[in-house]
Ligand binder design. Structure first.
Ligand code: NAG
Ligand code: NAG
Ligand code: NAG
Ligand code: NAG
Length: 399
């Protein structure tokens, strides 16, 4: 699944975004459309990243925050893997004590200048970047998903090297590293050695979802950075998996089917390149999808001629008013047989997921609440806290 982006400058940016859209490239496909075959997950990860991530342009309404944004949701913090919290509170410690679990506002008072609000400084950077490039939204959503799904949310996706996670097939379309590096530079300048790269990704993700018109939830912080990153660990759910296979993949990470559906709903922003859906367009190809909306098929054919190797892309949310907005229109589109990725369309046809698709399509507020809760849970997946891991000095290298 991918996550696309959202909202915002709709028209103006749309062209730009298309150009920017990420293409997921290279994936292999699996078996046929809706056969239950077992496709292997090619390395893509779908979710947020890989395909999904395509960026979209941004169309949307306003760029940002704003105005009509839905009210803040306050998801209950979910601690999926509660880190051991040793009650070792040093009496009268001279330096601020780092809490040993994720919490909202973790960094308050932890910088040398206790008045520095480092999270606010980082958030400001995200806003600036988003104004210049709204496609950063799907890109970072995807990065967050890829990072958390492989080895927990420990910034392992950021490590450079010959066989790190970054080098795995699915990472191919992950981008947005420059924003993370810019945020880390701010953190190190104002608050050296304190802010983890894993938290920087989390803060960026939260802010971008809000900027894209989605829920304004409270992001937890306090993650530590991991010390392992290997390509062979990367096993993200492919967009060619069946619904049952996708449920299994998410279940292995302790997500319910409902949570899986809402997380795939992040495809409300982002783009997909032809490689992920062109087989659905042409009769006789393995994934030809006779039930695709015929108008959509006609639109997509010139974008992805049969057998093309061009990496043209299209929005995952085919509502042109909302292709770059984090909202529930993706679910309405797939109900109309206007899904792009095989797994996206399958969600609207499988009895196991139809009820969730219907609920999210009907209620924007339910979509926001459930998405906020699922993001908090995703961002707490297998995190390192307390004294675990490290605080990297440079996000792309272990210390
Ligand atoms: C988002 O939530 C924060 C914290 O509750 C609040 O200060 C801010 O005004 C909210 N922003 C929007 C756009 O609702
Ligand atoms: C997609 O790629 C094909 C082949 O390169 C090209 O002819 C076509 O104009 C492209 N379509 C779009 C919408 O970019
Ligand atoms: C996709 O197409 C764009 C524009 O032609 C090109 O810059 C980019 O490198 C291509 N991406 C891949 C992965 O081939
Ligand atoms: C975006 C990105 O960093 N992609 C990387 C994925 O892995 C390959 C192989 O190492 C790199 O060359 C890409 O740069």
């Amino acid at each position: 699944m991918k996550f696309p982006v959202n909202s915002i400058l709709v028209r103006v940016l749309a062209l730009t975004m298309l150009i920017l859209a990420l293409s997921h490239v290279g994936q292999s496909k699996g078996s046929g459309w809706k056969q239950g075959g077992s496709k292997s997950s090619h390395g893509h990860k779908s979710y947020g990243s890989s395909h999904g991530q395509k960026n979209h342009g941004s169309k949307g309404r306003h760029m940002g925050r704003g105005n009509n944004k839905p009210p803040t949701n306050s998801p209950t913090p979910i601690t999926s893997s509660p880190p051991p919290s040793p009650p070792n509170v040093p009496p009268s410690s001279p330096t601020p004590t780092r809490p040993s679990a994720l919490q909202v506002g973790f960094y308050k008072g932890l910088c040398p200048n206790k008045l520095v609000d480092i999270e606010a400084a980082l958030t400001t950077k995200v806003q600036e970047h988003f104004r210049k490039d709204p496609t950063i939204l799907p890109a970072i959503l995807r990065m967050q998903f890829h990072d958390c799904f492989v080895h927990g949310c420990d910034a392992s996706i950021l490590i450079n090297g010959l066989s790190t996670e970054k080098t795995a097939g699915p990472n191919l379309s992950v981008r947005g590293y420059e924003l993370i590096d810019a945020m880390k530079a701010i953190a190190e300048a104002q608050c050296p050695g304190v802010v983890s790269c894993a938290d920087i990704i989390a803060i960026a993700t939260k802010e971008l979802i809000k900027l894209g018109g989605g829920p304004n939830y409270s992001v937890q912080t306090g993650r530590r950075d991991g010390q392992v990153s290997t390509a062979q660990d990367v096993n993200l759910p492919s967009p060619f998996l069946t619904v049952s296979e996708t449920i299994s993949a998410f279940s292995a990470k302790r997500f319910t089917t409902e949570e899986m559906v809402i997380l795939l709903g992040c495809h409300t922003v982002g783009v997909s390149s032809c490689a992920f859906f062109q087989d659905r367009l042409y009769q006789g190809t393995s994934e030809f999808d006779p039930n695709m909306d015929p108008t959509l098929r006609q639109q997509l054919m010139p974008t992805c001629p049969k057998g093309t190797t061009a990496n043209n892309s299209t929005f995952l949310d085919q509502n042109p008013q909302s292709s770059n907005i984090v909202d529930n229109s993706f679910f309405v589109q797939i109900q109309k047989q206007r899904g792009i990725l095989p797994i996206d369309q399958a969600l609207a046809r499988d009895p196991k997921t139809i009820p969730f698709v219907q609920q999210f399509a009907q209620s924007a507020s339910l979509f926001n609440t459930k998405l906020a809760n699922a993001m908090v849970k995703l961002q707490a997946l297998d995190v390192l806290t307390g004294n675990q891991g490290e605080i990297r000095k440079t996000c792309s290298r272990f210390n």
